[in-house]
Design a binder for this molecule. Sequence first.
Ligand code: KG4
Ligand code: ZN
Length: 337
Amino acid sequence: MLVLGIESSCDETGVALFDTERGLLGHALHSQVALHAGYGGVVPELASRDHVRKALPLLSQVLSDSGVDRRAIAGVAYTAGPGLVGALLVGASIGRSLAWSLGVPALGVHHMEGHLLAPMLETPAPGYPFVALLVSGGHTLLVQVEGVGAYRILGDTLDDAAGEAFDKTAKLLGLDYPGGPQLAKLAEQGNPTRFRFPRPMTDRPGLDFSFSGLKTFALTTSRDVGDDAQTRADIARAFEDAVVDTMVIKCRRALEQTGIGRLVVAGGVGANRALRAGLQTMARRVSAEVFYPRLEFCTDNGAMIAYAGACRLQAGQCEGLEVSVRPRWSLEELAAI
Ligand code: KG4
Ligand code: ZN
């Protein structure tokens, strides 16, 4: 079954074609980073308008690059939530109407299910069950995954999401939006022994996270010792080390608690090299395997939506003719297939 996937939940327009027999046939992405950079964050209305401009040209590009005639599309999947309502409505309207014009089923996909299943596009793909660490700009979740749609949330953030904490701390260190990757780069020049930030909520049982205190810690440290270039790099390093250590500790705990030997890491922060290295070392120690999507599929993309949609469309799930989105939507509400 050939499925078109459209992602438009935030500041990336992604389009992809996934075939359940032949795998990923093509994908294209347009990032809105330059559009929002001057504002220090995503401006929802500008995001929606840019999705309108880019979605159809990207679709034409993916079709022609992969040599696929649009009439071969057998189903359309679009991100229906969670995300910015206007941005979601663009992808949903285009996806739903395209499916109607082609006479094929359409399906709204949960953005985090897309992230969670993204490692399935790689070889080797993880088998079920696995524990997933989902770390993006809007979410920090530990999820027990028994199959597509069979999700149990083991841990969540009580305040800032991991990516949000990276972005906010980057901002107070004077870095441009989107700060996460820039903070990670700055941290490479930081001295790992100069400051030690706390590892929040690791001294008590449980799998929840809390990152907002680290941002405050970074702020007070820079107020106390100044903000010359080396100090900023040292603070970035201390912040990153604290976030990474905390996630490694919680992932280890989740693997031990569930008795599962497979860990999947997905979402934008999954692109962080220090996190990848830390998880790899921990997994070796506990004889677990770690699976990641390729770097470009850690952040938002159409391929993960096409894949998740294909699993569900192939199982016979689809929407009615209405265009509907869910800006707030829990993973645990999804039906298993
Ligand atoms: O999954 P994603 O592309 O979008 C959401 O669904 O939120 O994640 C974006 C988040 C941003 O907060 C960004 O700063 C963060 O992922 N991010 C990183 C890195 N690359 C992206 N954070 C830390 N280190 C990175 N290398
Ligand atoms: Zn995302």
